[in-house]
Design a protein around this ligand. Structure first.
Ligand SMILES: [Zn+2]
Ligand SMILES: [Zn+2]
Length: 307
């Protein structure tokens, strides 16, 4: 049974890893499953991304609901494998009592629906998306602001290869920003179309504007779940890969007056000890600032309650 009351907002982290699942003794504390976060707020179940972590969430939901129908909304940031690959193993989709609404933006030249259908097409998977017994309902996003029940959602396209959204969800218990994949603008690397046509000066100006707009988008978030894939030492050799770094993640959270920063999308090569060290470094940076910023490293299975 869920103990969450209608007015409380809570998050549960089911998959915190980027790129590819990495189970094993080196990742046992932070977890090896790829991106999936559950948000419960205002009588809604909102699932953020469908990486391999969604498998365990699905089993858990079936146990919690028993014979009662499950109605949930799945919000997809983008369709890189680490954000969709768990969906074929999401058991609530296999039960005709359940309804799964899938929200997301189309890709550059292919629809979200077609992409999710494609990953379950033969010969990749034995069950086709349209053969799933659950009611699967696609809600193609075009606007950058919409509602899921009483939860208001704002979107922003991230600095990441292809189409990739970040979401900020405004609940009665506070707001949560979910930016699992985003490269900082600090290195002046832009992933947007035609950015290669800009001069270095134009690129720098655009990057500064984009960062300012991201700070505004995040301003005052209670929780920011943010791509922090690389250490500061690793990032220079990964500029252009579409992912974040430690000190840029902390500075973004500080500039946006975020209350709690959750380091997320851990690199598959980072073992538990590396993530421990990154967390300590991030906390030191936060402590040096004048502002109050709580920092955690995302750990599979943990819950975060807002007020
Ligand atoms: Zn990713
Ligand atoms: Zn990605």
């Amino acid at each position: 049974m869920s103990t969450a009351s209608a007015s409380s907002t809570r998050l549960k982290l089911w998959g915190v890893r980027g790129s590819v699942p990495v189970p094993g003794p080196m990742t046992v504390r932070y977890g090896g499953n790829t991106t999936c976060v559950e948000l419960r707020a205002d009588d809604e179940i909102i699932v953020l991304d469908a990486g391999t972590g969604i498998r365990a969430l699905g089993i858990n939901l079936e146990e919690e609901f028993g014979s009662r129908p499950i109605q949930l909304s799945l919000l997809i940031t983008h369709v890189h494998w680490d954000h969709i690959q768990g969906f074929p193993f999401f058991v609530p989709a296999y039960n005709d009592k359940n309804q799964v609404r899938i929200f997301g933006y189309d890709g550059v030249d292919i629809g979200l629906h077609e992409i999710l259908q494609g990953q379950m097409a033969k010969p990749f998977f034995p069950v086709a998306l349209y053969d799933l017994p659950g009611k699967i309902d696609f809600q193609k996003l075009e606007a950058m602001e919409f509602n899921i029940g009483k939860v208001r959602v704002r979107s922003k396209f991230m600095n990441h290869p292809g189409i990739c959204a970040g979401y900020r969800l405004f609940t009665s218990g506070g707001s949560v920003a979910f930016l699992p994949d985003n490269e900082p603008y600090d290195a002046f690397k832009l992933h947007s179309a035609k950015s290669h046509l800009l001069s270095p000066e134009q690129t720098q100006r655009r990057a500064e504007e984009e960062r300012a707009s991201l700070v505004k988008f995040l301003d005052g978030s209670d929780v920011l779940i943010l791509d922090t894939q690389y250490t500061d030492e690793e990032y220079p050799s990964h500029v252009g890969w579409g992912h974040g770094s430690l000190s840029t993640a902390v500075s973004l959270a500080l500039d946006a007056d975020v209350r709690k920063l959750v380091l997320f999308h851990h690199d598959p090569n980072h073992d538990d000890a590396t993530i421990d060290a990154m967390l300590q470094d991030a906390r030191k940076l936060a402590a040096k600032s004048e502002k109050y910023l709580e920092v955690e490293a995302a750990r599979e299975g943990t819950e975060v309650a807002l007020r």
